[in-house]
Structures are given as structure tokens and as C-alpha cells.
Design a protein around this ligand. Structure first.
Ligand SMILES: NC(=O)c1ccc[n+]([C@@H]2O[C@H](COP(=O)([O-])OP(=O)(O)OC[C@H]3O[C@@H](n4cnc5c(N)ncnc54)[C@H](OP(=O)(O)O)[C@@H]3O)[C@@H](O)[C@H]2O)c1
Length: 273
């Protein structure tokens, strides 16, 4: 089988690290991007490899030069996986505009910049796969992670519209919507500065709600489970439009679409508000 060349962001931990290893084991060359970087690796067969790149997805220049470097070294790019992401918790009244920006910066603008860096290559090749990691929380709104939900929802809509723009050039788009997954995401979650003030009128509800979500995340699916579903798309002739790993999350997603909005939002409130 022809060696796939993949640019994967957020590859130093969690779902991204698991996806990098699975791709390498399948024989792919993975350009694994994250801020902290890591060691380069080869698969036991010697066919697959992970080449680490230390970059921030918010840095357009680094992204552009990473893509140029891939083309110089391998002559092609088959797929990009925009997986880098983070979460910020807090009630909206307690979140500063810098913190709003922080949440959208990596989760939305970072993904957009990564995709923009790859599209000229995909277009000139006449093929290419764009995979973006959104979240079930992009469909089902989560209180006190309102901005996280909004950033993932924006990414989901962006991907749907993008697919229409790039289809004539042979470029396919797929959005992955993971549910709770046991990764470093929980520990890396930031709390908005004002939200940590015990005098905030939201403090009690917010901390109880986030504690429940964090427990669900740490009891969630292993990163490898989600990563495998994502990696499968790289090897498909025709990618799925959306991938929702886990039957329970497929059902939640379907229910949220068919139930009246007032009812489905009320159910979310029972769980998390
Ligand atoms: N875990 C869940 O329950 C869950 C559920 C739904 C969706 N997701 C989504 O899945 C994706 C992966 O999350 P995860 O659970 O695997 O979390 P994770 O273990 O915290 O991994 C996040 C990865 O993103 C990288 N990253 C963060 N900011 C970055 C930036 N500005 N530039 C480059 N890389 C950056 C981190 O590396 P560095 O810190 O080294 O940069 C790390 O490799 C995220 O988009 C997340 O929103 C997760």
C-alpha cells in the first residue's frame, strides 16, 4: 500500500498521540505537531514513522513552513488532522474577553489556520483529506463550558460549509465528534480567573457541574478508541461526513436533533446545570 503522509496537530498527548501511533503502525509518515514536540519514532516494521514538529497552531508562519517542509521532504500531503484543542471553564459572566479569545484561538482559529496552510497543496494535487476534531459538545450545549461548546460548534459548521467549497478540487472533509474520552484534556482544562472566586454567584453550580463533567471524562472511552475511528478515515476512499465514536454518543446526537430544543436543553440541564 502507498505510504500516507499526514499532518496531525495536538499529537503530543491524548487522542492525537494515540492517532499518531496508530498511523505510524499502519505505515504512514506522520508529521506530529504540538507546542511541546517530542521524539521522532519509527514503527517496528520500519515503514511508518513519526516526525515531530514543535509548533503552535495559532502561528500561521510556522504552519506554512511546516507544510512547505513536508512537500520538500515527501512531495505530497494526503491528509491533515486538526486535533489540537483545549477547554476553559466558567460561567459566561465570569469570563473576560481575553479568555473568550483564548478558547476560540486554538479550537477554532487554530484549526482554520492549519487547514488554510494545507488547502493550496491539496488543491494542486487534486486530492486531500481534511479531518477536524470537534466534539459532541459542539452539538449538545454544555453549561459552564459554553465557550468550548461554541468553539466546537463553530468548527463543525465551518467544516460542513468548507466541504462544499473544496469538493470540486477533490478535497474531502470529515468532522470527528468525540464524547467523553479519558485524556490529559481534563487536567489541562483552565478555569476563568473570575470563576475561581468563591463569591461568584455561579461558583457553587459551576464547580459541581465541572466536577461531574471531569468525572465523566475520566470514566470515558480510551483515547485509542476515538483515534482508531479517526485514523480509519485516512484510509477510506470516501470519508464519512461526520464520525461519532461510540454508540451512546450517536444516540445522544440523534436525540438532540429529533427532540424539541426546549426539551433537549432541559435534559442537559438535569445532568449538568
Ligand atoms: N477528552 C475529551 O473528553 C474530548 C471530548 C471531545 C472532544 N475532544 C477534543 O479532542 C481533541 C484532543 O483532545 P485530547 O482529549 O486528546 O486532549 P489532550 O490530551 O489535552 O491533548 C491536546 C493536544 O493538543 C495540543 N495543543 C493544545 N494547544 C495547542 C496549540 N495551540 N498548538 C498546538 N498544539 C496544541 C496539546 O499539546 P501541547 O500542549 O504540547 O501543545 C496536546 O497534544 C481536542 O480538540 C479536544 O477538544 C476531547
Amino acid at each position: 500500500m502507498e505510504t500516507k503522509v499526514v499532518l496531525l496537530t495536538g499529537a503530543s498527548a491524548g487522542i492525537g498521540l494515540a492517532a499518531a501511533n496508530l498511523l505510524m503502525d499502519a505505515g504512514a509518515t506522520v508529521y506530529a505537531a504540538s507546542r511541546r514536540g517530542g521524539d521522532n519514532k519509527k514503527s517496528s516494521s520500519g515503514e511508518g514513522e513519526i516526525i515531530n514538529i514543535a509548533l503552535d497552531v495559532n502561528d500561521e508562519i510556522s504552519l506554512k513552513s511546516a507544510v512547505e517542509n513536508i512537500i520538500k521532504q515527501k512531495g505530497k500531503l494526503d491528509a491533515v488532522i486538526c486535533n489540537a484543542g483545549n477547554g476553559i471553564a466558567g460561567a459566561i459572566e465570569d469570563i473576560s474577553s481575553e479568555e473568550v479569545k483564548y478558547q476560540f484561538e486554538t479550537n477554532f482559529f487554530g484549526a482554520v489556520k492549519t487547514i488554510q496552510a494545507c488547502l493550496p497543496v491539496f488543491r494542486s494535487q487534486g486530492y486531500g483529506k481534511v479531518i477536524a476534531v470537534s466534539s459532541v459538545a459542539g452539538v449538545i450545549p454544555i453549561p459552564f463550558q459554553t465557550l468550548y461548546s461554541a468553539s466546537k460548534s463553530a468548527l463543525l459548521t465551518f467544516m460542513k460549509a468548507l466541504s462544499l467549497e473544496v469538493k470540486p478540487f477533490g478535497i474531502q472533509c470529515c468532522t470527528v465528534l468525540p464524547g467523553d474520552t479519558k485524556t490529559d484534556f481534563t487536567a489541562a482544562r483552565k478555569f476563568a480567573e473570575k470563576a475561581q472566586n468563591t463569591n461568584s454567584p455561579y461558583y457553587k453550580k459551576m464547580t459541581a457541574s465541572i466536577a461531574r463533567m471531569e468525572k465523566d471524562e475520566q470514566n470515558g472511552r480510551p483515547a485509542e478508541f476515538v483515534a482508531q475511528k479517526m485514523v480509519n478515515q485516512v484510509y477510506k476512499n470516501k470519508m464519512c461526513f461526520t464520525v461519532i465514536p461510540g454508540i451512546e454518543y450517536k444516540i445522544f446526537n440523534w436525540l438532540f436533533k429529533v427532540l424539541p430544543t426546549r426539551l433537549s436543553v432541559w435534559i442537559v440541564g438535569l445532568l449538568y446545570a
